[in-house]
Design a protein around this ligand. Sequence first.
Ligand SMILES: Cc1cc2nc3c(=O)[nH]c(=O)nc-3n(C[C@H](O)[C@H](O)[C@H](O)COP(=O)(O)O)c2cc1C
Length: 282
Amino acid sequence: MKKNARKAINLLLCVVALISLLCACGKDGANDSKPEPTSAVRYVIPDVRGVYYSDAITMVEDGLEAAGFKDYEVRYCWSWENYDPAMNARILYSNPSAGTEIVDNGQHVFIELVAGEQAPELTPQPKKLVVFFSVTGNTKKVAEMIAEIEEADLYEIVPAEAYTAEDINYNDYNCRALKEQGDTSARPAIGSETIDLSGYSVIYLGYPIWAASEPRILDTFVESYDFGEARIIPFCTSGSSGIGSTATRLRMLAESGDWQSGKRFPGNATKEDVETWIDNMK
Ligand SMILES: Cc1cc2nc3c(=O)[nH]c(=O)nc-3n(C[C@H](O)[C@H](O)[C@H](O)COP(=O)(O)O)c2cc1C
C-alpha cells in the first residue's frame, strides 16, 4: 500500500516536472519568433563580406540621412554572426545574416545585412605604416606608392640636420654622408616628431643604399623604437647595389619586430613593380 502511494507521488512529481519543462520551452519559443520590425523603413545592404564595419555603418547612416532621420543611434557588434546581447540589447531578429539595428527616436528601424551563405568572421584590419628616409626623392616615391596601395600611414625620418648636396656628394670621400657611413657607431639625430608605433602591426621601412649600407640615421631610428611583434618589411632604392645585409643589420640593432626579407627597387621603380612585390608577399 505504502509502495503504491510512493509510486503515485513519484508519478505526480514527474508530471509536474514535465508540465514545467513544456511551459519553459514555450516561453523560449516565443522569444525565438521574429517580431516584425516596427518601422516602415528597412535598409538592405547587399553584401557585407569584405566591407569594414565603418563602411557599412557609413552606408547606413547616409541612407538614414537621405530618408530624413535625425537623432539616430547605430548599434552594432564586432562580428556579424555573434551578437553580444549586452551591446545589442534591442536586437529585433536573431537572424545570423542580420547585423545592425538602428534605433531612431525610440522607433526600431531594421537594417538587414545580407552576408551570403556563411559570412566569414571579420577581423580588424592590420594598421599599416610606411616609414622612410629619402634625400633625393627616390625612396620617398616608392614609400608613397606603398602607402597608397596598402592604405597605410606615412612617416618620414627627417634628419635634425638636413643633408645638403655637398653632404651627399659621394665623389668626395670626405663628404658628410660617406664619413658617417665609414663610422658604424655614427647615429645622426632625427628631427621629425616621434611616432607612436603602438597599433601598427605592419611597418614598411624604406631607405636609400649609401656606400653599400643603410644610412646611419636608420640605425638611429631602429634603436629608438620598440617594434614589439610588428611585421617589419624593409625596402630600399639604389643605383645598382642590392639590399644586401642592411635588413639583417637593422634587425640586429632593433632587437624587436618580426623582420621580413627586404626588397631593392631602382630609383625609377614603377607602381606596377611595387604592386607586384606586395602581391607576391600575400
Ligand atoms: C652618399 C651616397 C652613397 C651611395 N651609395 C650607393 C651604393 O653604394 N650603391 C648604389 O647602388 N647606390 C648608391 N647611391 C645611390 C642611391 O642609393 C640612390 O640614388 C637612391 O635611390 C637614393 O635614394 P633617395 O632619392 O631616396 O635619397 C648612393 C647615394 C649617395 C647619396
